[in-house]
Design a protein around this ligand. Structure first.
Ligand code: PSU
Ligand code: MN
Length: 341
């Protein structure tokens, strides 16, 4: 397990502060909410945390999804940063949503059989925007990273990243999130890939793509979403200031790649996590039997929905971990602005 010495860390932090890179200016095509525009102002920059919207349109049932979306924004604010939920609405790429926008996205999941929202990864951004009025796109980790980077936001919190699906070595079902992380310098705070995925192969692909993966888990293990341990060790990040230094150094060196910070689920959810894991195996087996694993972008939402049916408590675990990730991300974003000042 990697543990930086205090001396090395101090040097890194000092070097970073000495040449703290500035944020990039937001792309003119983006529609920024007034809170986000203000936080991005070059004269008085404020910490920001991007949030995705696939979790709202395809990840959680209505109205639970709306509660979680609002709670995520609140926890980011409570921890000293401005939330920037990202989505595609009526032909406009939005960075920062008003409550009415959040409600509209959440409502799309009211009847899953009639969900007209489009799950939007990088490849979907232009076709969803081209549809114009009435079109709703819930951005995935990859779609959100693209737009966050265009806005100049470097930190993003979510529940789980996509990864290599089970059997992905044959089906080639590897989430676009892993490619995005290799090409876009945004740091994603998550609780690992959901255990519906193949976690060892996901880490292999992240390594191939040059993505720094670190864990806040004192055991040094990368978290496995509903539980804290995956059995797989990655570098340990001992504090929010160390994470902030890592992000600033990545930017200062213009490495161009993203980073993943694994935050373990709060420990009180560990026991139910083991129970959920058994149901994950059932859901995955059913998806293979029914050929869902060959249906491209439908696979992940199907598995999430099936899991919530099999074990409704999984929703509470999901909420607890994503809220905790948003809290840690906001603290790191605030720390980063302090280092940059
Ligand atoms: N994992 C979850 N909940 C989610 C997702 C993943 O626990 O809602 C969403 C994220 O938006 C992620 C996307 O980026 O699914 C990955 O989908 P795919 O496997 O099709 O790339
Ligand atoms: Mn896929």
């Amino acid at each position: 397990m990697f543990r930086p010495s205090a001396r090395i860390f101090r040097q890194a932090a000092t070097a970073t502060t000495a040449a703290a890179p500035l944020r990039r200016a937001p792309h003119p095509s983006l529609h920024l909410s007034s809170a986000v525009a203000k936080a991005l102002s070059p004269t008085a920059p404020h910490p920001l945390v991007a949030l995705e919207s696939t979790i709202i349109t395809h990840g959680l049932p209505y109205p639970y999804n709306l509660d979680v979306a609002l709670e995520l924004e609140a926890v980011v604010r409570d921890n000293g940063a401005v939330p920037a939920t990202i989505a595609l609405l009526d032909g406009r790429p939005l960075v920062g949503l008003e409550d009415a926008d959040l409600q509209r996205l959440a409502k799309c999941a009211e009847d899953p059989a009639k969900n007209t929202a489009i799950k939007a990864s990088r490849r979907d951004i232009s076709h969803v925007l081209a549809k114009g009025q009435g079109a709703v796109g819930g951005t995935t980790v990859s779609g959100t990273m693209v737009l966050a980077h265009m806005a100049g936001i470097e930190i993003f919190a979510t529940g789980g990243i996509g990864g290599v699906h089970r059997g992905g070595e044959a089906s080639l079902d590897v989430s676009a999130d892993l490619t995005e992380l290799g090409r876009t310098p945004v740091s994603v705070f998550c609780s690992g890939p959901k255990s519906i995925l193949d976690i060892p192969r996901t880490l292999e692909v992240l390594e191939t793509n040059g993505v720094s993966v670190q864990t806040f888990n004192p055991s040094g293990e990368f978290p496995a979403f509903y539980t804290s341990s995956s059995g797989l060790h990655v570098p340990y990040v001992g504090s929010t200031s160390q994470a902030a230094a890592s992000i600033l150094i990545n930017s200062q060196l213009a490495l161009g790649s993203g980073q993943v910070f694994g935050v373990p689920i709060p420990s009180s959810f560990e026991a139910v996590g083991n129970e959920i894991q058994k149901n994950v195996e059932i859901a995955v087996r059913e998806s293979v039997e029914q050929g869902i694993d060959r249906r491209g972008k439908e696979a992940t939402p199907w598995l999430l929905k099936r899991l919530a049916q099999l074990i409704p408590e999984s929703k509470e675990s999901n909420r607890a971990l994503v809220v905790n990730n948003a809290k840690v991300a906001a603290q790191v974003a605030a720390e980063m602005e302090r280092m940059r000042a």
